[in-house]
Design a protein around this ligand. Structure first.
Ligand code: ADP
Ligand code: MG
Length: 248
C-alpha cells in the first residue's frame, strides 16, 4: 500500500529549478532511500513534505490527505515526523525535557511551555520519555544538558524526539552525517529496530553502506529530477547513477 505520493512537484528558488517534475511513490513499511549529489534537491523535497516549503506546483499526499498548504504541526499531528540535517534540539534543556516536549506536543497538539507545570498526566509523559531514552541508549544521560552531548548523541536524541511521537512516516535527512563508523553502525541497528515496529522511513543518505544496509527502494535525484529508481541491486550498477556521482 502506498503511504506517500508525490506527483509532478516543482520548486524554484529565483532562477534555480531545485525540483523539476518530481514523482515518488513510497510504500508503507518500506525504507525508501533518496540519494544524489550535493545540491540535487533532496532536502528541498523533504521540506515540501513537512510544510516548510510549498511547491510551486504538483501534489503531495500522505495516506490520501493533501499535505500542501498544511502547517508543519498539522502534518506532524497526522503522523509525519522528521529528523533534520542539522539536529534541532532544545540545547539548554535536559535530555529528558527534550523528549517530554514532543511527547506532550503529540498528545495535546500545540501547548504553552509556560503551562508546563500544570499539564495533566505529566508522570505518564515522563515515563514514556524515559523508556524512549532507554531505547536509544541515552538513559544514563537523561539529566544532562542537550548541548553538552557529542554530535552522534545529539542525532540520537533528535531521532528519539521523533520516535516518541509514534510517527507513521519518519523522514531522515542524513541521519549518520558526521558520525564515527561505530556510531553509524549503532544508528543502522537502531533504524532496523524501528523498522520492526512498522514505521515507514524515507532516508536521505550519502553513506552507501547505510543505504544498502537499510533501503528496499532507492530513488536517485540529480539536478532536481529523479534520474533512476529501483531496488538497491539495480541502482548499484546503473550507469546514469555513476555518471551523476562522478560529475557527469
Ligand atoms: P541537497 O539536499 O540535495 O544537497 P538542497 O535541496 O539543499 O540539496 O538544495 C537544492 C538546490 O537548491 C541547491 O542548489 C541549493 O543551493 C538551493 N536551495 C536550497 N534551499 C534554498 C533556499 N531556501 N533559497 C535558495 N536556494 C536554495
Ligand atoms: Mg541536503
Amino acid at each position: 500500500m502506498e503511504i506517500l505520493n508525490v506527483s509532478n512537484v516543482n520548486k524554484r528558488f529565483g532562477g534555480l529549478k531545485a525540483l523539476d517534475e518530481v514523482n515518488l511513490s513510497v510504500e508503507q513499511g518500506h525504507v525508501h532511500a533518496i540519494i544524489g549529489p550535493n545540491g540535487a534537491g533532496k532536502s528541498t523535497l523533504l521540506n515540501c513534505f513537512v510544510g516548510r516549503l510549498i511547491p510551486d506546483s504538483g501534489s503531495v499526499t500522505f495516506l490520501g490527505k493533501d499535505l500542501i498548504g498544511a502547517k508543519p504541526h498539522e502534518i506532524n499531528q497526522i503522523g509525519v515526523s522528521r529528523v533534520f540535517q542539522t539536529p534541532e534540539i532544545f540545547g539548554d534543556l535536559t535530555l529528558l525535557d527534550n523528549i517530554m516536549i514532543p511527547t506532550l506536543a503529540k498528545r495535546d497538539g500545540a501547548f504553552s511551555l509556560n503551562a508546563w507545570a500544570r499539564v495533566d498526566g505529566l508522570g505518564e509523559i515522563r515515563d514514556k520519555a524515559l523508556h524512549m531514552l532507554e531505547d536509544v541508549g541515552l538513559a544514563e544521560k537523561k539529566g544532562m544538558i542537550a548541548d553538552s552531548l557529542s554530535r552522534g548523541d545529539k542525532r540520537r536524541l533528535e531521532l528519539a524526539m521523533c520516535l516518541v511521537q509514534d510517527p507513521k512516516l519518519l523522514l531522515l535527512d542524513e541521519p549518520t552525517a558526521g558520525m564515527s563508523r561505530a556510531d553509524t553502525n549503532n544508528t543502522i541497528d537502531l533504524l532496523k529496530r524501528i523498522g520492526e515496529r512498522g514505521i515507514t522511513k524515507i532516508v536521505i543518505e550519502h553513506d552507501m553502506h547505510v543505504v544498502f544496509s537499510l533501503a528496499s527502494k532507492i530513488s536517485v535525484l540529480a539536478q532536481g529530477t529523479v534520474i533512476a529508481e529501483g531496488k538497491p541491486e539495480d541502482i548499484k550498477g546503473d550507469p546514469r547513477v555513476q555518471e551523476a556521482y562522478l560529475g557527469g
